[in-house]
Write a protein that binds this ligand. Sequence first.
Ligand SMILES: Cc1cc2nc3c(=O)[nH]c(=O)nc-3n(C[C@H](O)[C@H](O)[C@H](O)COP(=O)(O)O)c2cc1C
Length: 176
Amino acid sequence: MSETDSPKPSTIDPEDFRNVLGHFPTGVTIVSGMHGDEPVGFTIGSFTSVSLDPPMVGFLPQTNSSTWDSMAMGGAFCVNVLSRDQADLCWRFAKSDNESERYDGVKWHAGPTGSPIIDRAVAWIDCQVEQVYEMGDHYFVLGRVVALEADADHDGNGPFPLLFFKGTLGGFESEG
Ligand SMILES: Cc1cc2nc3c(=O)[nH]c(=O)nc-3n(C[C@H](O)[C@H](O)[C@H](O)COP(=O)(O)O)c2cc1C
């Protein structure tokens, strides 16, 4: 890259960036993994489907995330799509410095990769890490899907996902 091609310093204000990007609604997941014998995990909104053949998904943790640091060695993760009844888990798994308490009272079992599948999630996608790319202040973690299942939230009304929009949580209503 020549000097004339080098990127200009950003003129985008970080607060504006956060505010405008917050207008894009997302689902809410807990990406889980193991650190030795201990379950670890964090709240992640940047989950995305990547490829059908081969089946791949991804998400973007901050490069300074201690949770990603502790789960990366395991080489696997499970994406748990939260239901509207799991708002408390969303906030708990997004706090810093409570890593050892995040799973308190949470029912889970190990998926095929060993990563935790959280009870009552509306879907889970269990993955082996395929690649990790550094992108600015985040990594993009690409996973190869090993197993997955969509599970109703067990109340007989079908699955209701949790949504995040402008810093708050809500539910989904079909408009047609
Ligand atoms: C709805 C929601 C979505 C989030 N999505 C992401 C995300 O995509 N990537 C990320 O790095 N952090 C995301 N966070 C923040 C992390 O959950 C939080 O920084 C992390 O749990 C802190 O733990 P750690 O320091 O142990 O990594 C999100 C938080 C919330 C409430």
